[in-house]
Design a protein around this ligand. Structure first.
Ligand code: DAH
Length: 345
């Protein structure tokens, strides 16, 4: 029996040493130390031994078990360490390899124009304001001096959701909302970019959804000359220092007086070409002095406060600046078009 135990010990230790995986080791553990293993089997025969022999044999059996267990443990540690080293080796990276170029997208041309205009006005102390695209008839029209039934509502064919709710047709409702929020107090200097919607058939110059940027300044002693100076700075920064501007009388229900601003054509310098339709001037935006009714409706004392406002279309500005001939290019997302505005290629 003693010999059989020694033999088992040797056999197990040899197998442990030769094993090359944690699974194999576990199999050996189960085979030799498990309840159905050969050592247990041998010990079962202890009943036949004499009372003196039994403890000696028991002690030996324990020694053998322990020897096997210790060897198993040591081997397990070795194998685990080897596994870690192997993993580290297989995951090592060569930091000196040149990197693969990552393809970066670029800003949409309209985003670029809008950010450029925002930056320009932020530089003059304006804040960016936003409003909802699903708007109340009140802010889109009424608060802007366009009561129900006003003929000028027809200038902006609208998508109504209910009788009182529509997709905003311009960014001017943000003016009304901002003034209302300021509760009759000045000064206000905001620029409001955003999407607007009109029931137009899409063609080269019309889109049922497009963008606008609204500007509003309200304060004491704000005058037409402030509006003109501001627009002149804008035109020069956006289209070149040698641009001239001219203001033509116009009509908007929310401003009085109202104007449209033209800039001298940057293509022909004012001599007349196809872009300016031989006039030397290009229409850029609408503007005016905030109508006293609009100020009063928002809770301002129109004797104390005055203001100016303007509204422009970034698509038109982008078309002129980048020479784009169809507004639909901005919305059809053809990457061949969009890629041309990348700074990276
Ligand atoms: N809301 C006008 C439009 O969509 C544009 C506009 C004109 C805005 C004059 C203004 C303004 O703030 O003063 O046609």
């Amino acid at each position: 029996m003693q010999e059989r135990l020694k033999e088992l010990q040797q056999e197990a230790i040899q197998k442990i040493e030769q094993s090359s995986s944690l699974k194999e080791l576990n199999d050996i553990r189960v085979a030799y130390l498990g309840k159905k293993g050969p050592i247990t089997e041998v010990l079962r025969g202890m009943g036949k031994l004499s009372a003196e022999e039994r403890p000696v044999m028991g002690a030996l059996a324990n020694e053998v078990r322990e020897a096997i267990a210790t060897t198993l443990e040591a081997k397990q540690k070795d194998l685990e360490e080897a596994a870690v080293l192997e993993k580290l080796a297989s995951e090592s990276i060569d930091v000196t390899l040149p990197g693969r170029p990552v393809k970066v997208g670029n800003h949409h041309p309209l985003t670029r124009i809008i950010e450029e205009i925002e930056d320009l006005f932020i530089g003059m102390g304006y804040q960016v304001a936003e409003g909802p695209e699903v708007e109340q008839d009140y802010y889109n029209f009424e608060a802007l001096n366009l009561p129900k039934g006003h003929p000028a509502r027809d200038m902006q064919d609208s998508f109504y959701i209910t009788e009182e709710i529509l997709l905003r047709t311009h960014t001017s409702p943000v003016q009304a909302r901002t003034m209302e929020k300021n509760q009759g107090k000045g000064p206000i200097k905001i620029i409001c970019p955003g999407k607007v919607y009109r029931r137009d058939n899409d063609d080269a110059t019309h889109s049922h959804q497009f963008m606008q940027i609204e500007g509003l300044v309200v304060g004491e002693n704000i005058r037409m000359s402030d509006l003109k100076g501001t627009l002149e700075v804008f035109a020069k920064k956006m289209f070149g220092e040698d641009r001239e501007i001219r203001l033509r009388p116009s009509f908007f229900p929310f401003t009085e007086p109202s104007v449209e601003m033209d800039i001298s054509c940057m293509i022909c310098g004012g001599h007349g070409c196809n872009v300016c339709k031989k006039t030397g001037w290009i229409e850029i935006l609408g503007a005016g002095m905030v109508h006293p009714n609009v100020l009063e409706m928002a809770g301002y004392d129109s004797k104390k406060y005055t203001g100016f406002a303007f509204g422009m279309g970034p698509e038109r500005i982008a078309m002129l600046k980048y020479g784009v001939d169809d507004i639909r290019h901005f919305y059809t997302n053809d990457v061949r078009f969009l890629k041309q505005f990348s700074k990276h290629e």
